[in-house]
Design a binder for this molecule. Structure first.
Ligand code: AMP
Length: 282
């Protein structure tokens, strides 16, 4: 497994892969890898000839009061896990490498980043789409894999790729969960054992909402009341949002007529957790 830390070197390596006729699959991450990341990598390994991942805690997607400094990091452990999955190259740039002095460009997707996390994390998606656009220009992937856990991020990246004619296929991967249903996240490491137990109720609440939908309920207020009831049992420090949105536009809806998503962001202890469930007619 190669470890590459400069953009130039990564670009040259990717050019070589392409010249050899290899399909490049790419999984961008912020590291502190867990089974969710590994599921993306395994699928990337299936779909591409060469698997490249990046490990980079991107400063521009964190707000000034957020956890950039505290974000968990363990490069040695991550590299071992990546090697086990069969990653070909790990791109591990420094912040200075990607944002040198004088950097002054951003990529901003408009509509789909306005609601949900866009309200409480101003500038977050601008940071995400800018770094992903940069990484795509460095890694030159044919396909890139993203988790549905960060559903709004996935939609924003698909939008960016369509709007900017980026020649990379975006693949969404279902959320990987702990045995009790909690969506895997690097930030789960912040939870105390007591809060960790409470956190499992988030997914159970989403499931209750999904169940109502399956029984024929289409009114979102009714479904949201049920979900909210379950979430309030966890005595969260803060409920940022509990919403049902159109799965494509991410606008709030009153009646479910098409693909929709129940999305939540809740602070448990000091940890802000997000999760969602996709509602599709089957
Ligand atoms: P992160 O390191 O948190 O930026 O995540 C890197 C990628 O892994 C993103 O595409 C995430 O959506 C994805 N991811 C994170 N957690 C999960 C999970 N539990 N299941 C599936 N994908 C995930």
């Amino acid at each position: 497994m190669e470890i590459i830390s400069t953009a130039k070197e990564m670009q040259q390596r990717s050019d070589q892969f392409r010249q050899q006729g290899k399909t490049i699959a790419f999984v961008p991450t912020m590291g502190y890898l867990h089974e969710g990341h590994l599921a993306l990598m395994r699928e990337g390994k299936e779909q591409g000839d060469k698997l490249i991942i990046s490990i980079f805690v991107n400063p521009t997607q964190f707000g000034p009061a957020e956890d950039y400094e505290q974000y968990p990091r363990d490069m040695q452990r991550d590299l071992k896990l990546a090697q086990k999955v069969g990653v070909d190259c790990v791109f591990t740039p420094s912040a200075q490498e990607l944002y040198p002095d004088g950097f002054q460009t951003a990529v901003e997707v408009e509509g789909v980043t306005q609601n949900l996390c866009g309200i409480s994390r101003p500038g977050h998606f601008r940071g995400v789409t800018t770094i992903v656009a940069k990484l795509f220009n460095i890694v030159k992937p044919h396909i890139a894999l993203f988790g549905q856990k960060d559903y709004q991020q996935l939609v924003a990246i698909k939008r960016m790729v369509d709007d900017l004619n980026i020649d990379t296929e975006i693949i969404g991967i279902p959320t990987v969960r702990e045995r009790d249903g909690l969506a895997m996240s690097s930030r789960n490491a912040y939870l105390s054992p007591k809060k960790r137990k409470e956190a499992a109720k988030l997914y159970r609440s989403l499931r209750k909402g999904e169940e109502l939908f399956r029984q024929g309920e289409k009114n979102t207020t009714t479904i949201l009341n049920t979900v909210r009831g379950g979430i309030e049992e966890t005595k969260p420090e803060k409920i940022d949002y509990i919403k049902i949105c159109d799965a494509h536009t991410l606008e709030d809806i009153e009646e479910i007529k098409d693909d929709a998503i129940i999305a939540i962001a809740v602070q448990i202890g000091k940890t802000r957790l997000i999760d969602n469930i996709i509602l599709k007619e089957v």
